[in-house]
Design a protein around this ligand. Structure first.
Ligand code: NAG
Ligand code: NAG
Length: 514
């Protein structure tokens, strides 16, 4: 629901020429709500004026656009930011800096721009739908990198011009024209880079320390980047500000990762390390590779703030104890999807230091149906006091298995998210689950599978996610099930939970946002 102030703000920003004239008389307390209204209604001219006169030292997208309704998984999920609006804000900040640079030392003390920190972290990144109206994290990274380079060039030009001026005046104080280090805006950002944008980002990070536009990276993500390039960027990040490093699809292998981990030990606030799809394979290790495994364990043990680790899509069979053995502090999030885990790995977890603190666990893609079932039940009971998020998609679970694990899942009274997509569970199995979900009073979102009995019997059961998308389930059965489920959800008083098969729409459930 919108507040009265917000509704008024929308009205005010709808007329650019009036607000433009009135801006000098508007109290600064109203700037935030005007910003929000202008951003949401895409009033770019108004946004530009607001940024130009921003009366505070901080402009934080997250704080300004924050939904007052805090239900994370509700249908009012935050939208991706409008491309035009984000560009307007960035251009506005650059314009302010350029203005300041052109004024040089002259107005040192009377400078009118207050802004010191532009916080762009936490903006959504859909990434899947290429909506031209919105701006992905990747293109935000490129835009900011270019802006940073541009402002830095401008600064050099202005410095040269000032130097010439002084020389012309015969001043002896030529050396005194150090760049105006009072004039800067720090930009706190999440960065996403691949080989296409590597060059521009590297250049930007290189000039960033002395540029008036200073990039401070919070969450760093690189895809399909070589070890050398990755090192090249990690070295340049401001070490104090890095919170997450996500290196996926980089095919680094254990040895490649071992080369990168020492750089990450330099980030004292690194909470989250994501290394999925990096071709880690611990089967049949040579002596050399055994050493590599040891050194991996030692290196991650040095990441003293680490709370989240993702080793998804690695072959870890039987070696989890060794891999995680170096960690001295308990993790709160562990993602081990498609890791070919063995019973000994799951048993190790239930005895590990991580048990009392685990909030998020992703064991998708591990076959929990037989040998892993009992260790898994035990693990869930043990982590039940802290668990908020459980993903067990594509785990070959049938009704019988679900029946077997539900008692331990019911112990997780804080559970907010459950992902059981792509398991061969029947309509009846799902209905029973809904009816008996009362103990999970914090539950907010369940991603359930298309029931196995809604598929044609003549076709094989689609065993993986990819084959799921286009397999033909029987439409009538499926729509009948949807109607039934709806009724049961009402009967069970579980309309407070989002029940869905759409895993793309609800992808933003990051541990760091839990
Ligand atoms: C890098 O990512 C961008 C945006 O998703 C994409 O357009 C580009 O093709 C990618 N580059 C490579 C080399 O994959
Ligand atoms: C799951 O693993 C068991 C062995 O633990 C195996 O017998 C079974 O065939 C597997 N199930 C599926 C559906 O792959």
């Amino acid at each position: 629901m919108c507040s009265l102030v917000f509704l008024c703000a929308r009205k005010v920003v709808s007329d650019h020429s009036s607000i433009h004239k009135a801006l000098d008389f508007i109290p600064k307390e109203l700037y935030p709500v005007l910003f929000k209204a202008a951003f949401i209604d895409k009033k770019t001219l108004v946004l530009r004026d607001l940024v130009h006169r921003w009366p505070f030292t901080v402009l934080s997208f997250r704080k300004l656009l924050e939904d007052t309704n805090k239900h994370e998984f509700s249908t009012t999920a935050k939208e991706e930011p409008s491309k035009l609006c984000v560009q307007t804000v960035i251009l506005g900040v650059i314009a302010n800096l350029n203005e300041g640079l052109a004024l040089g030392d002259k107005e040192h003390n009377t400078r009118r721009h207050q802004l010191r920190l532009l916080d762009m972290t936490g903006l959504q990144d859909g990434g899947i739908n290429d909506d031209p109206q919105t701006m992905s994290l990747w293109s935000r990274t490129v835009t900011l990198a270019k802006a940073c380079i541009e402002v830095s060039k401008r600064q050099c030009e202005e410095a040269k011009r000032a130097w010439k001026r002084r020389k012309g005046m015969g001043s002896t104080l030529v050396a005194a024209n150090a760049p105006d280090d009072q004039l800067y805006v720090e930009v706190r950002v999440d960065l996403f880079v691949n080989s296409t944008s590597y060059g521009v980002l590297r250049e930007a990070l290189q000039v960033s320390t002395s540029s008036p536009l200073r990039l401070k990276c919070r969450d760093f993500r690189a895809e399909e980047l070589s070890i050398r390039s990755t090192v090249g960027l990690l070295e340049l990040l401001d070490s104090a500000s890095v919170r997450q490093v996500d290196l996926r699809f980089n095919n680094l292998g254990l040895s490649g990762l071992n080369m990168l981990l020492p750089y990450m030990a330099k980030f004292p606030s690194l909470l989250s390390l994501k290394l999925p799809y990096n071709n880690i394979d611990v089967r049949r290790l040579s002596v050399e590779m055994e050493k590599g495994l040891q050194s991996f364990a030692t290196e991650i043990g040095r990441l003293s703030s680490l709370k989240e680790l993702n080793l998804g899509a690695s072959r870890l069979s039987g070696r989890l104890r060794q891999l995680l053995g170096g960690l001295n502090n308990p993790l709160e999030s562990l993602e081990l999807a498609f890791c070919h885990l063995l019973p000994s790995d799951i048993s190790y977890l239930s005895e590990s230091i991580h048990v009392p603190s685990l909030k998020k666990l992703d064991l998708s893609g591990n076959n929990l149906s037989e040998l892993l079932l009992h260790p898994f039940q035990r693990l869930i009971s043990r982590v039940s006091a802290s668990l908020l998020y459980l993903d067990i998609m594509e785990c070959k679970l049938t009704d019988t298995h679900l029946e077997a694990i539900l008692p331990s899942i019911y112990l997780c009274s804080k559970l907010r998210y459950l992902g059981i997509f792509c398991n061969p569970i029947s309509c009846q199995g799902l209905k029973t689950f809904v009816l008996r979900s009362t103990p999970l009073h914090d539950l907010q979102l369940v991603i359930y599978p298309y029931p196995v009995d809604c598929y044609s019997e003549s076709l094989p059961w689609p065993t993986s996610l990819c084959s799921f998308q286009d397999t033909c389930f029987i439409e009538e059965k499926m729509s009948q099930f949807t109607v039934d489920l709806h009724r049961i959800v009402e009967e069970a008083h579980r309309t407070d939970v989002v029940w869905t098969t759409d895993l793309y729409k609800h992808r933003t459930l990051e541990y760091l946002n839990l």
